[in-house]
Design a protein around this ligand. Structure first.
Ligand SMILES: Cc1cc2nc3c(=O)[nH]c(=O)nc-3n(C[C@H](O)[C@H](O)[C@H](O)COP(=O)(O)OP(=O)(O)OC[C@H]3O[C@@H](n4cnc5c(N)ncnc54)[C@H](O)[C@@H]3O)c2cc1C
Length: 403
């Protein structure tokens, strides 16, 4: 095999790319596999900037890929962590209704849990304050399966295990800027500083997160969605709140939105965070508002579906915007279920940007989505719970790419 020729090239060193590399290399240690990322290390974007929750499959419609892969992913993630001595804690989660109006949606979530093979428990207002003395609500649902972990550590471990088979080579600071599918192989062009390099592969799997649509277009494929960047801002709570709850506390989410609302999260490391909100970011990697450019803003403004989405979900857009403009308002949403916390207890914490597919009609794509051609498969939409679901997603991708 020529020097620059591979059986499989994977783009993206987030948890999905790492899970694909790990799963494939374990099964095919004699293969030649390359994983490339434009960054300098793994898990620098969504994977290293999330809530660290191992979801159990509470919200997802039965029959959806999210429901299926999340349920399998929960077991896979727990097993992977215990096999490789990675931090994990199955602390359970409470979804708390704070008003009578939220109880209908809480009932729907309860049914969803049952349909998704979980065994949820109903918790009364008094039961809730016994379980969690700092939490208030009208009623709650308890799901014991939910856990927490460190997805950056999982990603690094998967890559290390894949490299140790001898099959995987990793190239950081290689930004893909060309994809050409031929009859006999695919050519991937990438930029490293001023240098352009080309590699050939039998198969190419692209796990590019927020740049999924850009790379689909780079291949010249039609794509019926754009990826919009939804920033999630968190705060770390003062250390006196490190053990404020023993479980994860979630509000009842807006059923129209794929985002789960501002939750109170015990983190691996022993501290507690609140967040994330969901506001449109001014750029795909604009973690701070100045990390953008006029060109990128223009590009974002031209995204098909953006203006329709903003209009369709205007109430949520305005209420999320309020959380970014006012810390006090942000804190008031946490106080609905945890009255002890105020904005004075907040310290800055890294933000994350969700890669969320939106159709040209302005609809949020709710389920995982893949786009493929003969030799290439792109992960099109893999928002939460894709970190939980990374191993089953990787198996599904490989089955589809090599079928
Ligand atoms: C705020 C927030 C909270 C979340 N909470 C949870 C949670 O608690 N539990 C859960 O299960 N999920 C959660 N998620 C979702 C989860 O983090 C993502 O679904 C998952 O990390 C997606 O992984 P990925 O590998 O697809 O993407 P990423 O981690 O974003 O990785 C994509 C990689 O592709 C690389 N790339 C892009 N373009 C190119 C290019 N041209 N050339 C080379 N490389 C390129 C990037 O540099 C990046 O490293 C959350 C996400 C966010 C943002």
């Amino acid at each position: 095999m020529a020097e620059n020729t591979y059986d499989l090239i994977i783009v993206g060193a987030g948890i999905i790319g790492a899970a694909v590399a790990y799963t494939y290399c374990k099964k095919h240690p004699a293969a030649r596999v390359m994983l490339m990322d434009k960054g300098a290390e793994p898990a620098t974007h969504q994977t290293g900037r999330n809530s660290g929750v191992i979801h159990a499959g509470v919200y997802y419609p039965p029959g959806s890929l999210k429901a299926k892969y999340c349920r399998q992913g929960l077991e896979d993630t727990l097993r992977f962590c215990s096999e490789h001595d990675l931090p994990v804690e199955q602390c359970g989660k409470l979804v708390v209704a704070t008003s009578e109006q939220e109880i209908d949606n809480l009932n729907t979530i309860f049914e969803r849990c049952q349909q998704n093979d979980l065994s949820p428990e109903r918790v009364s207002a008094s039961g809730l304050s016994k379980m969690e003395p700092h939490i208030r609500g009208e009623e709650a649902i308890y799901v014991s399966h939910t856990g927490i972990t460190d997805y950056s550590a999982i990603t690094s471990c998967m890559l290390e295990k894949a490299c140790s088979t001898g099959a995987l080579e990793i190239r950081y600071q290689h930004a893909v800027c060309g994809i050409e599918e031929g009859d006999a192989f695919t050519t991937v062009t990438c930029r490293r500083g001023d240098e352009l390099k080309q590699f050939r592969a039998d198969k190419l799997i692209v796990c590019a997160g927020v740049y999924a649509d850009t790379l689909i277009h780079l291949q010249g494929l039609d794509c019926e969605f754009s990826i919009l960047p939804f920033k999630g801002e968190y705060f770390k709570l003062h250390s006196r709140f490190d053990n404020i709850t023993s479980r994860l506390i979630y509000p009842v989410p807006d059923p129209a939105m794929p985002f789960l609302g501002l939750h109170l999260t015990r983190m691996i490391g022993g501290y507690t965070t609140v967040g994330p909100n969901a506001v449109l970011a001014p750029g795909k990697e604009a973690y701070n508002n100045h990390q953008t450019s006029l060109a990128e803003l223009w590009q974002l403004g031209k995204s098909p579906g953006l203006w329709k989405l903003l209009w369709k979900y205007r109430e949520s857009v305005v209420s999320e915007l309020a959380t970014t403009l006012s810390k006090r308002h942000y804190a008031s949403l946490i106080q609905r279920y945890c009255p002890a916390v105020t904005e004075h207890d907040f310290s800055p914490f890294r933000a994350g940007i969700r890669a969320q597919a939106v159709t040209h009609d302005g609809e949020l794509v709710q389920d995982f989505r893949f786009v493929s051609s003969a030799r290439i498969l792109h992960v099109g939409n893999a928002p939460s719970p894709a970190a939980t679901s990374a191993l089953p997603i990787a198996r599904a991708i490989l089955d589809r790419a090599f079928s």
